[in-house]
Design a protein around this ligand. Structure first.
Ligand code: ADP
Ligand code: DP6
Ligand code: CO
Length: 362
């Protein structure tokens, strides 16, 4: 084979990763570079069908630069969050051999080989449905397969954390806790699974997609401004969240929907209170988000106990947890009545989901 011929190979891996929705919120960093949070957080990982990222990573000696295409458009990889992840992964890469294709890549070769990355989110990007979580979890997981990393999910989760904090929780299915850690080097800031995706299979997720528009203030910038200007944020991180973490773990363990709902709604509301306490204030919710929350509050009140929990991240989309399938069906009826999806209104569609785990799809 001539020299040019021997360069004509491409190795590819595709992976799919779910997003996750926090029920105890991460909002605020103590270290911007390593992405170390000011409090622990807990999330629920979604199913792959409705809210996930699919990423294909490839390597070839003919590639001249690392490049990323996000939802079909080229996207700059120059940001620190991408550079840190790529650097960490390259430093752990292993040997790869494909006898059929006559390819042999040694650990050292990865430093000089370039990557092409094509990624799609099957749900709105940068609209408060945690695309950065599934996006970075998928990127790290796919690259780890391609480059034959021997590291376990714990290490991959720590690498994904350096892309986007919430991404460290998407490496696990079911119910996940991210420990803030105490160390300055981030060595004890990682995610663990609290319960797997089968633990609470009655729980159903309903998402009214209020808006697919990209938010004006990214989560990264929003939380930086909150840390700099909000007085409520430190009280929340030190006094409120530690107690709620203990209660939420207990609620998940016991499948106690009453406590789960009370804590989830209170967390969402306090998170948005911190956003309002930021200068200038961050308005992530809109009128429709407020109306959906009021509708759920009224329903829960009229029943005398919570049927549905709501949470809203850094965007206008509300995520609803129904206690069981019967409640989910009633909830959808109510929502369709009050908020019919229509091209002229801001409500576009509904997404129904379960809890789940990420996959290597070949
Ligand atoms: P969201 O609420 O959707 O998580 P963020 O502001 O936290 O919004 O993050 C959006 C950013 O995450 C995007 O601008 C992009 O940098 C990154 N991102 C989203 N999806 C992907 C993906 N599939 N692959 C790589 N990066 C992604
Ligand atoms: C409101 O993980 O998107 O969704 O770490 O800067 O990438 P960066 O931020 P990101 O923030 C998530 C904030 C949140 C709450 C949560 O997911 O816990
Ligand atoms: Co995000």
């Amino acid at each position: 084979m001539g020299d040019e011929e021997s360069k004509k190979w491409v190795l590819m891996v595709t992976a799919q990763a779910p997003t996750n929705m926090s029920v105890i919120k991460y909002w605020g960093k103590r270290d911007e570079t390593l992405i170390l949070p000011i409090n622990d957080s807990i999330s629920v990982t979604f199913d792959l069908q409705h809210l996930s990222t699919i990423t294909t990573v490839s390597v070839s000696p003919t590639f001249l630069h690392d490049r990323l295409w996000l939802n079909g458009k080229e996207f700059s990889l120059s940001g620190d969050k991408y550079q840190r992840c790529l650097k960490e992964i390259r430093s752990c890469a292993g040997d790869v051999e494909d006898e059929k294709k006559g390819i042999k890549i040694t650990k050292k070769d990865w430093e000089n080989l370039h990557l092409h990355i094509a990624s799609y989110n099957n749900f709105p990007t940068a609209a408060g449905l945690a695309s950065s979580a599934s996006g970075f979890a998928c990127l790290v997981f796919a690259l780890a397969k391609l480059m034959n990393l021997k590291e376990d999910n714990g290490k991959l989760s720590a690498i994904a954390r350096q892309g986007s904090g919430s991404a460290c929780r998407s490496l696990y299915g079911g119910f996940v806790k991210w420990f803030m850690g105490k160390n300055d080097d981030g060595s004890d800031s990682f995610a663990v699974q609290l319960a797997d995706e089968k633990h609470w299979d009655d729980l159903l997720i309903v998402i009214p997609v209020v808006s697919s528009r990209q938010k004006e203030t990214s989560s990264t910038r929003g939380m930086r401004e909150s840390v700099e200007t909000s007085t409520l944020i430190q009280y929340r991180a030190k006094e409120v969240v530690p107690k709620r973490i203990v209660e939420m773990e207990e609620a998940i363990k016991n499948r106690d929907f009453q406590s789960f709902a009370r804590l989830t709604c209170a967390e969402s509301n306090q998170f948005h209170a911190v956003c309002l306490d930021t200068s200038p204030p961050l308005f992530y919710m809109n009128d429709t988000s407020h109306r959906i929350i009021t509708c759920v509050e009224n329903w829960n009140h009229s029943e005398g106990s919570p049927q549905v929990a709501y949470t809203c991240d850094a965007g206008p989309n509300v995520v609803l947890f129904a206690q069981n399938r019967k409640v989910a069906a009633l909830l959808l009826q109510r929502l369709f009545f009050h908020f019919p999806p229509h091209p002229d209104t801001d409500l576009k569609s509904y997404v129904l989901g379960d809890t789940s785990i990420l996959q290597d799809v070949g």
